[in-house]
Write a protein that binds this ligand. Structure first.
Ligand code: ZN
Length: 162
């Protein structure tokens, strides 16, 4: 069967940046199973996989707008270190859950300078092209329960929510 909305699709994938560095890959572990057409993977990859079938190999370069979004300078802010109450040893690269003007979101500490801390609320892959190599391993219809939840359940029906 081919991949359409509400297919459960299992893929092996490798994601590289434009310099060829592997950002993420399923090669050393379990393949990824997801519910197609429900925004569980980035829009550009979802579109490319529509209509494909088991055994198909897809290599595609996805622009930021169809990946994790354009880089938004407005999501970067500098705050005094003392405003990060309760957080000891603030370090570059640290992920924090912060209240921002856009609401709660995960921010990354990108710079420490004197008493100021720069926080970046962009997704780490925002503004980047995504180079995917994907192989379709399995395609099946989603169960009623999976459709009502909007995500895939394991092969044994085990129900895990985050
Ligand atoms: Zn569920």
């Amino acid at each position: 069967m081919t991949i359409t909305t509400d297919s459960v699709v299992t893929i092996h994938y490798t994601l590289k940046d434009d310099s060829g560095v592997v950002i993420d890959s399923s090669a050393s572990g379990e393949p990824l199973a997801y519910l197609h057409g429900r925004g569980n993977i980035v829009p550009g990859l979802e579109r490319e996989l529509t209509g494909r079938g088991v055994g198909d190999k897809v290599s595609v370069r996805i622009p930021p707008a169809e990946g994790y979004g354009e880089y938004d300078k407005n999501l970067v802010q500098s705050v005094p270190r003392r405003s990060l109450r309760g957080i000891k040893d603030v370090r570059q690269g640290m992920h924090l859950h912060a209240q921002t003007e856009q609401g709660p979101r995960t921010v990354i500490v990108t710079r420490l300078a004197g008493d100021m801390v720069t926080l970046d609320g962009n997704h780490p892959l925002a503004g980047k092209h995504l180079n995917f190599d994907v192989q379709v391993e399995e395609v099946r219809q989603a169960t009623e329960e999976e459709l009502s939840h909007g995500h895939v359940h394991g092969p044994d029906g085990h129900h895990h929510h985050e």
